[in-house]
Design a protein around this ligand. Sequence first.
Ligand code: ZN
Length: 243
Amino acid sequence: MIYGLVSDIHGNLESLETVLAALPRIDGLLCLGDIVGYGPDPAACLERLREQPGLLAVVGNHDLAACGRYDQDWFNPYAREAIIWTAEQLSAEQKQYLASLPMTLEVAGATLVHGSLPEPMDYITGPREALGCFDALSDSLCFVGHTHVAELYRLRRHTRFCDQVSLWSGGRVVLDPDLRYIINVGAVGQPRDGNPDASFGVWDTEARVVEVTRVAYDIAAVQRKMRAARLPGYLVQRLADGR
Ligand code: ZN
């Protein structure tokens, strides 16, 4: 099976369309959460994603916050402002859909979760947090998003040697059976690893290969929409900065 992997779309329709067009022929699309929040097209992104054949998605903290299921005190003032705006753009049915998404999923021997394990909304920002996630992980492969940083963590079986590899310019990962992996496929809609290009992954389960690709999209068009919607200027600027 060949799966597309997307995360942190964040209401950015231009980057989502660019990624969908760049995907090869896939058997299903796996989404690691945060479909909405920050960007100017939350409802359109949600509908576009739901149209995708074989879609499997886990929920993100912004998805939950937009439907009133996550405490907004966890967010910085810019994110909170965008969440309040996002909630106004979504229908009751769309919020119900977001609220119905699971925290974790198991697909073809891999675990899907927005942030980490055992707490789905924790952040993995270094080997220490990654080890905690490996300890709670029963599979040898875990896909995450949440930090908007494309990277991977590798752990040699039966050891505590965990290393961190950046995928900020993309990369092809051949999965070694002696290693366990946590792979962050980066953000479709708001990259923060210094590369403003949209990020996505493709996982070939038979070849045991995960490929992360970066693709440029029309950032200026999204920024115009964000300004028109009076979304916070800081969020508008960070799309271009990739931080
Ligand atoms: Zn996010």
